[in-house]
Design a protein around this ligand. Structure first.
Ligand code: ADP
Length: 474
């Protein structure tokens, strides 16, 4: 079977759908090849946090935020390993990404919040739970407009190169049939990372030796199809893979599945991490890699997220993943108790320790005698701003158990600011564009929480435009 369109997109996750929609808005026909039976990828499983600064807006001023601060935190948060030009592109175009999504009908909640590892309150949160709002928006666009064909249950196997130009992709369909998909203009690679490819995880972790192990004992937040296919395909045709050894873990995995579901935190400011001794062990407002490395040093590499009823005043509110706290409690996935003493009993930690830990922590929160200063772990993000989250002191109290989980792979196909793929000899690969987690070199050694969705939208849109503009010189 042979299919053809102006632009071919591989992967129907966040970056792929942003690229497909943008190309269609530019008047192009688009075919999207997707391995799974539906769109969404890892993006739909995320908490939905979208970092973007509307420079000079009331929200930005109130939070002492700016595009420049977003740049600095992203660049330094990745140990200055990211390509400064790509980081600039990311932060300077993030807000217009929000505006674009709104123009397509997507709704965001008012204000911003601090997502774990985001380091600052600048995450916009969709009204719909998790990442579902993005895909509802794209599906509505597809239904209303002609020209985007979704081809599901179809796995891209190899890129087709003719006279040095990427012209399409060979795929395997549901029944093992071969499908060749040709592009009149460009091909966009948007297949995500390799968090579920254990062999690749272990191979590249050998280089950085950042994590004690990334073997099968460490779960992942990722959906099962996230196996590095795009990187493997691109490398075969000469693309340069960069910083593959930079792999991100979160300290927030469900102990059984590694998934983020069941995570009860709403925002950094209102919760603490407690180990099995009932003690805090890290700056919970810090970098994702530092928090997770610290968790590896705790007993059974296990911790609890602890907070009070400020986050769930009625007791049936939703977490960031659309699950109600009441349902998590009745399923035994969250613990709930009227006093800290009882909570400690449910957690199996020494009650004196937990009570002492919380008391010491509260001194830094609103009305505490140390409010406004950094604590012994260097934490500065406390619940001292809104007057509601004044520390952990109002029962009922909540705790949920969490373990390290592989979340994001920062390395991948090298691109430039036009999302053109770059070869091992440093040249643009004609016809090939890449966006999202399949690319490397933006986030450096550690991606800021909330920057992945911005990445998919910013570079997905750029890739869609670049692929539309690409014309083969016959
Ligand atoms: P990003 O956040 O970078 O957009 P996602 O994880 O959201 O990444 O989406 C990547 C998508 O690519 C997933 O839906 C995944 O199933 C799809 N995918 C991965 N490998 C292939 C492949 N070989 N062929 C087709 N689709 C693929």
């Amino acid at each position: 079977q042979e299919l053809a369109a102006d632009v071919v997109v591989i992967g129907a996750g966040g970056a792929g759908m942003a690229a497909a929609t943008t190309a269609n808005q530019a008047g192009k026909t688009v075919i999207v090849i997707e391995k799974a039976s539906k769109m969404g990828g890892n993006t739909i499983l995320s908490g939905g946090a979208f970092n973007a600064v509307d420079d000079g807006s009331e929200t930005a001023i109130a939070n002492k935020d700016s595009v420049e601060k977003h740049y600095t935190q992203t660049f330094e948060g990745g140990d200055k390993q990211g390509d400064p030009k790509l980081v600039r592109t990311l932060v300077e175009n993030a807000w217009s990404g929000v505006v674009w999504l709104k123009s397509l009908g997507m709704e965001f909640q008012d204000g911003v919040f601090t997502v774990t590892g985001g380091m600052w309150p600048r995450a916009h949160k969709p009204v719909e739970p998790e990442g579902t709002g993005f895909f509802k928006t794209y599906q509505e666009y597809i239904d209303k407009n002609k020209g985007i064909t979704m081809v599901y249950n179809t796995t891209a196997d190899e890129l087709i190169v003719e006279n040095g130009i990427v012209t399409g992709v060979r795929c395997t369909g549901k029944s093992g049939n071969t499908i060749t998909v040709k592009a009149q203009n460009g091909v966009v690679l948007a297949t995500g990372g390799f968090g579920q490819n254990i062999e690749m995880r272990m191979k590249y972790n050998e280089i950085s030796k950042k994590w004690p192990t990334l073997d099968a004992s460490i779960p992942s937040t990722n959906t099962s199809g996230i196996t590095g296919d795009g990187m493997i395909m691109a490398e075969k045709i000469g693309a340069n893979l960069v910083q593959m050894e930079n792999i991100q873990l979160l300290p927030l995995g469900d102990p059984k599945t590694g998934s983020l579901s069941g995570n009860i935190e709403h925002a950094v400011e209102s919760r603490i991490f407690v180990n099995l001794d009932g003690k805090r062990f890290v700056n919970e407002g810090g970098r994702r890699d530092e928090m997770t490395l610290a968790l590896f040093d705790q007993k059974d590499t296990t911790m609890y997220i602890v907070m009070d009823s400020d986050t769930y005043p009625k007791g049936d509110e939703l977490n960031n993943f659309g699950e109600s706290i009441a349902s998590l409690v009745s399923a035994g996935r969250s613990l709930k108790a009227d006093t800290l003493e009882e909570l400690a009993q449910l957690m199996g930690v020494p009650a004196d320790n937990l009570i002492g830990t919380v008391k010491a922590y509260n001194r830094y929160c609103k009305d505490g005698d140390l409010a406004g200063t950094a604590d012994e772990f260097g934490r500065t993000l406390f619940s001292d701003t809104d007057g509601i989250n004044n520390g952990i002191n109002d029962g009922p109290f909540y705790a949920a158990v969490r373990v390290p989980t592989v979340h994001h792979t920062m390395g991948g196909v090298q691109i430039n600011e036009l999302a053109q793929a770059i070869s091992t000899s440093g040249e643009v690969i004609p016809g090939l564009f890449a966006a999202g987690e399949v690319t490397g070199g933006i986030h450096g050694s550690n991606r800021l929480g909330g920057n992945a969705l911005s990445d998919t939208i910013v570079f997905g849109r750029i890739a869609g435009t670049s692929a539309s503009n690409f014309a083969r010189q016959e």
